[in-house]
Design a protein around this ligand. Structure first.
Ligand code: ZN
Length: 232
């Protein structure tokens, strides 16, 4: 029965080969998610190890952080952008688990493992319903077993920003596009070191809003991790 299943799977992959989620070439039998060539040239940062780097600097004076790191550089036109695209828009959750595991491994290598739990940046309800899953929660699910810490999804809540945006300058209006965050059952995270996880950091506005909300919880310390860093 099992053998039959394998034969069927081979047969299907003959016509619909699994593709590398970065370069789209057909994967060989021993390759998963990425082909060997893409795997060997992953544009990894060293930011989980380094304390002085652009992602830490991005939050300087905005969020009090223990650490902030990103796994991959996210250059314009890079084929590795497909990994996040496939995760967010094509239902390829395995891309998120893959990235999450790598993030967990790098965090483990670089730090003492003092983090107590992971909080993925939430989507607001209507978007979650449309997409069916939260890509940051998938990343968190990849990190969690690597660090042996739980994912907490019922404290940080995202709300659509409803404030009026008229009679404001351009910059303020841009800032107002960001959603609001709220914390419920905040006592769960009191005195905890929380790792806030998102897919990509660019301006840092979303992480700043979500992180400020968490930092209002008594005794909470905060670190930030993203799968990718896009410098602009
Ligand atoms: Zn490839």
């Amino acid at each position: 029965m099992i053998r039959l299943k394998n034969i069927a799977a081979d047969f299907v992959s003959l016509f619909y080969p699994k593709l590398c989620l970065a370069c789209q070439s057909a994967l060989q039998g021993n390759e998963h998610i990425l082909c060997t060539s893409c795997m060997n040239s992953l544009p990894e940062t060293s930011y989980f190890r380094d304390t002085q780097q652009p992602v830490m600097e991005l939050f300087n004076g905005r969020l009090k952080l223990e650490h902030a790191g990103s796994l991959l550089f996210f250059e314009k036109g890079s084929k590795y952008r497909n990994l996040i695209y496939q995760l967010k828009y094509k239902g390829k959750k395995e891309a998120g688990i893959f990235l999450g595991k790598l993030m967990g491994a790098r965090i483990l290598e670089s730090r003492s493992g003092s983090i107590d739990c992971i909080v993925p940046v939430p989507l607001h309800k209507s978007r979650l319903r449309r997409r069916g899953y939260n890509q940051s929660a998938i990343l968190a699910a990849g990190i969690s077993p690597m660090l042996n810490i739980p994912v907490v999804e019922d404290v940080l809540i995202r709300k659509k920003h409803t404030a009026t945006q008229t009679r404001k300058g351009r910059f303020e209006r841009w800032q107002n596009v960001e959603d609001r965050f709220e914390c419920r059952k905040a006592s769960t995270l009191e005195n905890k070191h929380v790792l806030l996880v998102d897919d990509v950091v660019t301006t840092g506005a979303t992480l700043e809003a979500a992180g400020s909300c968490l930092l209002a919880i008594p005794g909470l310390t905060l670190s930030v991790a993203t799968a990718a860093y896009a410098s602009s």
